[in-house]
Design a protein around this ligand. Structure first.
Ligand SMILES: NC(=O)C1=CN([C@@H]2O[C@H](COP(=O)(O)OP(=O)(O)OC[C@H]3O[C@@H](n4cnc5c(N)ncnc54)[C@H](OP(=O)(O)O)[C@@H]3O)[C@@H](O)[C@H]2O)[C@@H](O)CC1
Ligand SMILES: [K+]
Length: 486
């Protein structure tokens, strides 16, 4: 099942729906005990709890209340706990009383030598950057990577916008983020700022993929990706699995053609066709590709990938127009996007599935505006306006369909930020569209495999797109083998 990510409003709605659990304080007790359990786990992994030193930076809302109750639990376990109250008069009364009863100490500043710090400044009620009093406390700490204390953020790293994931300056860099009931948008959109995200079950109802106002963000689970991946059945032949056609590159610049076509060959069985002037080069790399120099000679396909390295001249425009006039699914990338930005009418009346795969620069050309801090809205807005599916590239890939549903994927690293990696992504996604997946599922599943392939290929050292392409098949295998479905 895809995992749904929530906005702050949706979280509050889910909390309100629990009625007595919210008003009676049960939700907060569950949340804070979840935070305490995660901290205890962390302390145990690094030498135990008793006698360890934990600090908390406490804001004026319920996020601070969660942190104070969690510190109280820790103090009962023999942890030496210190809290800095940013706004002493407005600290959560129940949390503060529990903290003091448990023997917690209040201080003006965080002491040195802490093992761990709890960020209880703000959660879903936060707006804008960390205010200076809070920022000063975190600025005193050495970074966790350099031997400083681990930072456990309650709900969100303070200074990160819950809905957009915008990382304000300053903001807390968390080692672990502990959240409640369901992840918030920011846990995907600002994943590097959140560190490891732990979701504590506090008994709120789940939101489905289509509940609530657009844009609605979800992430495919590995089992979803494994289950979606096309596997030939007993009655399949090379045609029945969906043939993908790739229009890319040129004799002078064959790289994009080889990468996109090779990715399509690696991603699915069946057949890959290539159309363009790099036909000889493509076939010399991949003898299994059926190549033609012109569209007229191409043969039938079930989906097209068009654009990488194809140029933007009149010939390229004519080919793109012909392809977009078909009723086949089409993925448009790179030079194809430059042409679409200059000729929006090419996609305006399309009824067949269409996937545009811009990076930030191409997005700006298509939308007439930069992506900005709200990438989710940027992707969803363009998809709704143009009535196409938009895959916005980046470490966090967002695939927005016109209905307002968005599938996200965190690559987990940025090794795929290398020339030609986009061509590989297009080849994988196009092959999946030819097999019958919607542009949205094809884009999201391709992004997952692409990110995993980059990690497998890189293993902590830089890679080029050829190495990434070489790891596509191992990445599909790893995801399928790790899942119950594979
Ligand atoms: N409801 C429940 O039962 C449950 C709720 N839960 C918990 O409650 C949290 C939400 O609590 P909340 O609504 O009280 O808001 P919260 O995030 O604490 O922030 C509000 C305070 O922050 C302040 N402030 C704002 N921006 C700021 C900034 N940049 N820098 C500094 N301060 C800033 C703002 O100050 P003001 O603007 O008023 O001066 C106001 O005082 C949620 O994230 C979860 O942890 C869980 O226990 C589960 C059950
Ligand atoms: K926080």
């Amino acid at each position: 099942m895809p995992i749904r990510y929530l906005t702050a409003d949706a979280v509050r709605q889910a909390e309100r729906a629990t009625g007595d659990l919210l008003t009676g304080g049960a939700l907060m007790r569950r949340a804070s005990s979840g935070v305490a359990q995660v901290v205890i786990g962390e302390l145990r992994a690094t030498g135990g709890c008793y006698g360890r030193r934990v600090g908390g930076v406490i804001g004026a809302g319920d996020n601070g209340g969660d942190a104070l109750y969690a510190l109280a639990v820790l103090a009962h376990r023999g942890v030496a706990c210190t809290a800095v109250l940013l706004n002493p008069d407005r600290a959560h009364p129940g949390g503060l009383a529990a903290f003091c009863r448990a023997g917690g100490r209040i201080a003006e500043t965080l002491p040195s030598g802490l093992d761990l710090v709890i960020d209880g400044v703000v959660g879903i009620g936060g707006r804008g950057p960390l205010r200076s009093a809070a920022a000063d406390q975190f600025a005193r700490l050495e970074r966790a990577e350099s031997g400083g204390p681990a930072i456990v953020a309650v709900d969100l790293p303070s200074g990160v916008d819950a809905d957009t994931g915008e990382v304000h300056d300053p903001a807390v860099q968390a080692t672990i983020t502990v959240t409640f009931g369901a992840p918030r948008n920011a846990h995907l959109l600002a994943a590097p700022q959140c560190g490891r995200v732990e979701v504590i079950d506090i008994g709120i109802d789940r939101f489905g993929p289509s509940d609530g106002p657009a844009p609605r963000l979800s992430v495919l689970a590995d089992d979803d990706v494994a289950g979606l991946w096309p596997v030939p059945g007993p009655d399949d032949d090379k045609y029945s699995q969906g043939v993908v056609g790739v229009i890319a590159g040129s004799a002078r610049y064959p790289g994009a053609a080889i990468l996109a076509t090779g990715a399509a060959v690696s991603a699915t069985s069946g057949m890959t066709r290539y159309v363009g002037t790099a036909a000889d080069e493509v076939v010399s790399h991949y003898p299994e590709v059926v190549a033609a120099r012109t569209l007229d000679d191409a043969g039938r396909v079930q989906a097209w990938v068009v654009g990488p390295g194809m140029g933007t001249d009149d010939d390229a425009l004519a080919v793109l127009r012909t392809v977009l006039e078909t009723d086949l699914p089409v993925l448009v990338d790179a030079d194809g996007l430059t042409l679409v930005a200059a000729h929006p009418e090419l996609v305006a009346d399309r009824r067949a599935p269409t996937l545009l795969t811009p990076h930030a620069g191409e997005y700006a050309r298509l939308a007439g505006d930069d992506v900005g801090a709200d990438r989710l809205q940027a992707a969803a807005g363009l998809a709704a306006k143009w009535q196409v599916t938009v895959l916005l590239k980046g470490r966090i890939t967002l695939v927005a369909d016109p209905s307002g549903d968005v599938l996200g994927n965190d690559a987990g690293s940025s090794w795929a930020a290398t020339a030609g990696a986009g061509d590989v992504l297009s080849g994988i996604a196009g092959a999946l569209m030819a097999s019958g997946l919607t542009p949205s599922l094809a884009g999201a599943a391709a992004a997952r495999v692409h990110g995993h392939a980059a990690d497998l290929a890189a293993r902590s050292a830089p890679i080029g797109a050829s190495a990434l392409l070489g790891a596509v098949r191992p990445a599909v295998r790893a995801i399928r083998e790790a899942s119950a479905i594979g």
